[in-house]
Design a protein around this ligand. Sequence first.
Ligand code: 13P
Ligand code: SF4
Length: 331
Amino acid sequence: METLVSAKKNLNKKGFLDIETPNIDYVKEILKLKKEKNAVLLAHYYQIDEIQEIADFVGDSLALAQQAAKTDADIIVFAGVHFMAETAKILNPTKKVLLPDLLAGCSLADSCPPEQFSEFKKKHPDHLVVTYINCSAEIKALSDYVCTSSNARKIIDSIPQDQPIIFAPDRNLGDYLNKETGREMLLWDGACMVHEAFSMEKLIDLYKEHPDAELIAHPESEAHMLKVAKYIGSTSGLLNHVKNSDKKKFIVATEAGILFQMLQENPDKIIIPAPAKEDNTCACSECAYMKMNTLKKLYLCLKHELPNIEVEAELCKKAIIPINRMLELSK
Ligand code: 13P
Ligand code: SF4
């Protein structure tokens, strides 16, 4: 007979009875299914701790694309957001690519609708197009090069200095790259809501409490944040910086999921997430899309092999060209 204790275990966070997966040890089942189905679990640093813990590979956008390009698994389960899984599918058109929640999108990718971008591109026919990987397959298909925050400088430097460039969709990363490279790339006016959520006012107060802390930031952050940051880099860049630095205290301006790896790698260091403008539960900046993936959704998606990402063959053929250029230049 069901006791009150066991009945309570089957209630989810909202208090509803979990009739689909009662008493399931998700971690155990996911590991079992992964093995049975020869699936590889790729996770971004912004995923919840529990997913990062069981992933076969945790990395930044570039490392995840590189892993997807070389995997011999039959199924790729992408614990990340839609554009990441879509990139993995473009690289592996014959493999099954699963995303635990199809609604796990990206505000930055959404800020660049293909029809409008195509019109913008037509107005500047002499420009090459470099796009940040955080965009749709349609935008990639309209691009000459794809880049991530860890190789953007390298990709742009590979293009002759006098060649005009359109950079999309992130205006903050584009502005930062213009300053770094001395170029005047035309910027698409898109942004990531997570990296535009930091509060300078609260950051100043935090600094007063921790004058010995070093601010480090992801280049998707706004110019005023980047101006005061002592180090700017991709998620893997930020992790390497903290690991290799003699400093003991850091304020980190990126999505809070990175703290899991940072604290694991640096148990002796103090890591403080940069404060967000809005008061929320974590008092930091979290990506609601990245956090849509849960252990339960991961289990169900592996079990049913759904939702699976589809990219139309013609689109795949076009979108893979700038992705492969990026991978080639990043070797
Ligand atoms: P990187 O992991 O490449 O730094 O990208 C951060 C990000 O916003 C992913 O959505
Ligand atoms: Fe997109 Fe920003 Fe979330 Fe990254 S953190 S997935 S750029 S919304």
